[in-house]
Design a protein. Structure first.
Length: 354
């Protein structure tokens, strides 16, 4: 792998006490091109513009996929990335569905390791901070014929982020617009899934909501996701979350949280189809204890209110509740505060003291 270091670092220009998520980028990026039927030699180079033309294939036909993950400064002074092999597998799931070449999983993990090591000073030691990693791939051929691209670029950029405080999350049950359909691309992290969600989300925000609870495309009865996160509900003594399907993204945070809930007997867990009317009835009867989203950015995002057909149902968001407990349990592993019994943290070795 070719590595070209930046002539100077921009880290001194960053105010780590006032970070806006995903708007500041570290000094280097990883690039690898696919052409002539194979991946070429990768390189790490200074972060900067890509030389592309208006005929760029992905601008016209949307062959673009991405991942989201984080690197953490751990208690023992090491730097570790959370479950990178899972992101590699999910990227390739997306690639297969979008008719794009798979990126070798071992190359993916090596790319993450080498890029973070080059920019290790960007992994803040401040409590609750991390380095957000954005691997992505797009069609880089330059033609406007309606067929798959023949060339692709795989790239990784990184961004320092702080604790994610979104305040109270009010969600509206969406019964008009649809995030995904059976046989579609809902289980992939393709760019179009997110672009298509902006309009209905903005409409909900005009009504005072933060995000949407997406429901099924047949008759909008079944709960699927919340915004860009997986979702779950604590009803009585059980945590309910929709089962994975080709309409729902296989969240790595979701998988980790379900593992912790089961292994530590925090709550019973049921992955099954959930009707929104079931959730509303539980809220009306006082049996809906908590609800929260699960994702890379916030880890756990407690929901304080659910809007359904003109009525808002208020929910508790206790500081010592289930959402808070599971978030702490996961973050303790990520920052090395406790033993990692699952081998989730991929430590970069060697990384010199920052």
């Amino acid at each position: 792998m070719k590595i070209t270091k930046a002539s100077h670092s921009n880290i001194d220009q960053v105010n780590f006490d006032n970070l806006s998520f995903g708007t500041l980028f570290s000094d280097h990026m990883y690039l690898c091109q696919y052409k002539d039927g194979q991946w070429q030699e990768p390189e790490i180079k200074p972060f900067g513009p890509l030389n592309l033309t208006p005929a760029l294939h992905t601008l016209h036909y949307g062959q673009a996929i991405f991942e989201g993950q984080k690197a953490y400064y751990m208690k023992d002074g090491s730097i570790a990335v959370f479950r990178p092999e899972m992101n590699a597998k999910r990227l390739n799931h997306s690639a297969r569905r979008m008719m794009m070449p798979e990126f070798p999983e071992e190359w993916f993990v090596e790319a993450i390791e080498e890029l973070v090591k080059v920019d290790q000073q960007w992994v803040s030691q401040k409590d609750g901070f991390s380095l957000y990693l954005r691997p992505f791939m797009f069609g880089s051929s330059e033609f406007v014929a309606a067929r798959p691209s023949e060339e692709y670029i795989f790239c990784i950029i990184t961004s320092p982020v702080g604790p994610y405080y979104a305040g109270n999350v009010k969600v509206k049950v969406e019964e008009t617009y649809t995030r995904s359909v059976s046989g579609g691309v809902g289980s992939t992290k393709c760019a179009g899934n997110y672009g298509a969600a902006f309009y209905p989300t903005n409409e909900a925000r005009k009504e005072g909501y933060t995000q949407i609870i997406w429901t099924d495309h047949w008759n909008h009865e079944l709960v699927e996701e919340s915004g860009t996160m997986n979702i779950g509900f604590v009803i009585d003594d059980t945590f309910f979350t929709p089962p994975l399907s080709d309409r729902i993204l296989a969240g790595i945070t979701r998988d980790s949280i379900l593992t912790l809930l089961r292994d530590n007997n925090i709550l019973k867990v049921e992955e099954r189809r959930i009707k929104i009317t079931e959730v509303i009835q539980a809220a009306e009867e006082g049996r809906l204890k908590e609800a929260f989203g699960m994702g890379t950015a916030a880890v756990v995002s407690p929901i304080s209110s659910i809007g359904y057909r003109g009525k808002d149902y208020e929910l508790a968001t206790p500081t010592d509740g289930y959402a808070a407990r599971i978030k702490k349990a996961l973050n303790d592993i990520r920052y090395g505060e406790v033993e990692d019994p699952y081998g989730w943290m991929y430590k970069l070795n060697p990384v010199h003291s920052l």
